[in-house]
Design a binder for this molecule. Structure first.
Ligand code: SF4
Ligand code: SF4
Length: 284
């Protein structure tokens, strides 16, 4: 079973839920798909024993074959190629300028070049780390600085999931293509929110994403106080509220020290086990 933990906005406690749920279970995988700013390792402190490079395809122009026809730059919707043509029909020369950071590795230019003048090159866009902390197998995707292909790194990280044991995915915040890549193929999505108008607004959007992806979901309310706004929304849309974590300064202090909640407050382990049980019940 793959359980994704998502939230419409950052700072709701999504990583807290993912880490503590994983630490409460016996044999589990925790996958940090928040590849632009992975932070699960801070709470888990795992031992890393494998690092894999994540690469994307890039075009490499063979100047001997290129006729500077501009077809490649015309088909590249990301404007990653620009062709400067000089000379005449019989003796063309010029330059194909490649903006590597705009390239999405779609290979369209390689396929459509009439002269077969574009070869497949490679560029690293991120890494995937594999490690372990006690009962938790740890997988982390990490996008290289200034790179844009977060979904490529997320897909690679997810490819290391062992399908025979439960996996918990810490998805990126928001509702972008990175979130969709993280949630795809999940059996269930925990939507973490706060009982504020902003929390509700972002929960509504995140819930829409799970509906489009046809992933069953439930809500965890973090910093729970007066939860009327969220409760009304969940009741109206028939979304189960699976757990509440109270608004408590002591919990914030534990978080700020990079500690796991169940280490500081062992009584929470039972609550996270209960959360897992409820999710399994909803799968039946
Ligand atoms: S499509 Fe091929 S031949 Fe035409 S400009 Fe691009 S690389 Fe050169
Ligand atoms: S691989 Fe795709 S995105 Fe990259 S330059 Fe070619 S057409 Fe553009």
């Amino acid at each position: 079973m793959i359980i994704a933990v998502a939230s419409g906005k950052g700072g709701t406690g999504k990583t807290t839920i993912a880490v503590n749920l994983a630490l409460s279970l016996e044999n589990v995988q925790l996958v940090d798909c928040d590849v632009e700013e992975p932070n699960v390792h801070i709470f888990l402190n795992p031992e890393i024993f494998e690092i894999h490079s994540v690469k994307t395809v890039i075009p490499q122009i063979d100047k001997e074959k290129c006729t500077y026809c501009r077809k490649c730059s015309e088909i590249c919707v990301y404007n990653a190629l620009s062709v400067i043509k000089l000379g005449n029909y019989e003796k063309p020369h010029g330059e194909v300028v490649f903006f590597s950071h705009l390239c999405h590795g779609c290979e369209g230019c390689i396929l459509l070049c009439p002269e077969k003048a574009i070869n497949r090159g490679e560029r690293e866009v991120g890494i995937v780390k594999i490690g372990k902390k006690e009962n938790v197998r740890f997988i982390e995707g990490r996008l290289n600085i200034s790179e844009i292909l977060a979904p490529t790194v997320i897909e690679m990280a997810k490819s290391f999931i062992n399908k025979n044991i439960p996996a918990i995915i810490d998805a990126p915040p928001g509702t972008s293509c990175s979130v969709v890549a993280s949630l795809k193929d999940a059996n269930f999505c925990i939507l973490v929110t706060e009982p504020t108008p902003f929390g509700l607004h972002d929960l509504e959007i995140a819930y829409e994403v799970t509906k489009v992806l046809k992933i069953p979901s439930g809500v965890v309310i973090n910093k729970s106080e007066d939860d009327t706004l969220i409760e009304n929304f969940c009741q109206k849309n028939n979304i189960p509220i699976l757990m509440k974590i109270p608004f408590d300064k002591k919990i914030a202090e534990v978080y700020s020290k990079g500690w796991a909640l169940i280490e500081a407050f062992p009584e929470y382990k039972e609550k996270f086990l209960e959360l897992f049980k409820k999710i399994k019940e909803l799968q039946k």
